[in-house]
Design a protein around this ligand. Structure first.
Ligand code: NAD
Ligand code: GLY
Length: 366
């Protein structure tokens, strides 16, 4: 029974030499012993939060207790505003109090906040312990659990303190998406939409046809969207793990989006909402710079709108947007750099004249 569920899972491989790993995607994977085959069997600690632990924590503990001598549950407060040092420290407090050794595997059970924080804790605890991602939001299944970016926020900038640290496996159980609030589902769809314009025009077409099915959580639509997103991310990360070039295209919409998140205060807009709106701005910037046809831009903006994501940014003031966008990992010598589209399915990173950015902001804000 267990073996058949695992066999029915889709597997996407992240090829990174000795740090290679599988993303398993399917229904019923959380309770399936086969999902965990081959992972270390020493002690384990599940890191989750006060929302996800009551929903799925016991099920993960039950399955892990069949494999591990000792399993702890570490429950963190929920929310982007807890993606910070004091909350990260709670993980270390609990691991040290339990005398967890360097063979302890950390399991991240939750969305991107839990995944990013657990990954960073795993990179730091005793200079590195193994970790496994068990993403339970759509956003985490299609993006944040894959590729090894781990971080916490700083009041001056999002995800500014962190490390590249790859998990041993990603176990994406589509059944967990059943309890996800609609607003969070849509935020996840924003990161799915991202992959079309930057890498796969055909996928953009599929999304135009299948968006309604995704919004009503049709399992085969979700499965295809998660798998195709992971395949694209796997290709990009496999070619440029530490973002020396190509990987930056995965930040399409994020320069504007991170400014929205930091400017409003973390947690006001969801990350995916800010990215959705940021993609509208980055799309308009691409048109402004003569790189993208207006008709193609219309398709992208139309899809974001249909997904129920915000397409107009909050009025932080243009100067404030520019100030916030300078604190970005892509910035070089104080110049803000943007991911722009060179047609559908093609992206690159470029600096843009302040005047062009100001015009785009004026058109897309308020
Ligand atoms: P999140 O982790 O805050 O989860 C969203 C909400 O859904 C939370 O309240 C959470 O408790 C709840 N939740 C999670 N799973 C649930 C479920 N199955 N049922 C009901 N509720 C559930 O947000 P997110 O959108 O998953 O992730 C956003 C974070 O991911 C941001 O911090 C962002 O910076 C980060 N991120 C990282 C990467 C990366 O490459 N590392 C990529 C994209 C985003
Ligand atoms: N979400 C952007 C990246 O993983 O590079």
């Amino acid at each position: 029974m267990s073996a058949s569920l695992a066999a029915a899972a889709d597997t996407v491989r992240i090829a990174l030499g000795e740090r290679s790993y599988d993303i398993r995607i399917g229904a019923g994977l959380l309770d399936d012993m086969a999902s965990y085959e081959g992972l270390p069997a020493a002690a384990a600690a599940v890191v989750s939060n006060t929302t996800v632990a009551p929903l799925y924590g016991q099920r993960l503990l039950d399955v892990l207790r069949r494999r591990h001598r000792r399993v702890e549950l570490i429950e963190l407060p929920d929310g982007e505003d807890h993606k910070d040092w004091p909350t990260l420290n709670l993980i270390f407090d609990r691991l040290l109090a339990a005398a967890a050794d360097r063979k302890t595997t950390l399991y991240a059970l939750g969305g991107g906040v839990i995944g990013d924080m657990t990954g960073f804790a795993a990179a730091c605890y005793m200079r590195g312990v193994p970790f496994v991602q068990v993403p339970t939001t759509l956003l985490a299944q299609v993006d944040s659990s894959v590729g090894g970016k781990t971080a916490i926020n700083h009041p001056l900038g999002k995800n500014m303190i962190g490390a590249f640290y790859q998990p041993l496996r990603v176990i994406a159980d589509l059944d967990t998406l059943a309890t996800l609030p609609d607003r969070e589902l849509k935020a996840g769809i924003a990161e799915i939409i991202k992959y079309g314009p930057i890498a796969d025009a055909q996928f953009l077409g599929w999304l135009e046809t299948s968006l309604d099915a995704l919004l009503r959580r049709d399992e085969s639509a979700l499965r295809h969207a998660v798998r195709r997103s992971c395949e694209i991310k796997a290709q990009v990360v496999g070619a440029d793990e530490r973002e020396s070039g190509l990987r930056a295209i995965l930040n399409f919409g994020h320069t504007f989006g991170h400014a929205i998140e930091a400017g409003l205060g973390y947690g006001q807009w969801l990350h995916g909402e800010a990215v959705g709106c940021g993609m509208v701005m980055a799309t308009q910037l691409s048109v402004h710079l003569g790189r993208l046809d207006a008709a193609d831009a219309k398709r992208i903006v139309g899809l974001i709108e249909r997904a129920g994501l915000p397409t107009r940014g909050p009025d932080l003031g243009t100067d404030r947007y520019l100030e916030l966008m300078r604190v970005d990992k892509k910035a070089e010598d104080g110049d803000i750099r943007f991911v722009v589209l060179d047609g559908l399915g093609q992206a690159s990173v470029t600096a843009a004249p302040d005047a062009a950015v100001r015009e785009v902001l004026a058109a897309c804000v308020g």
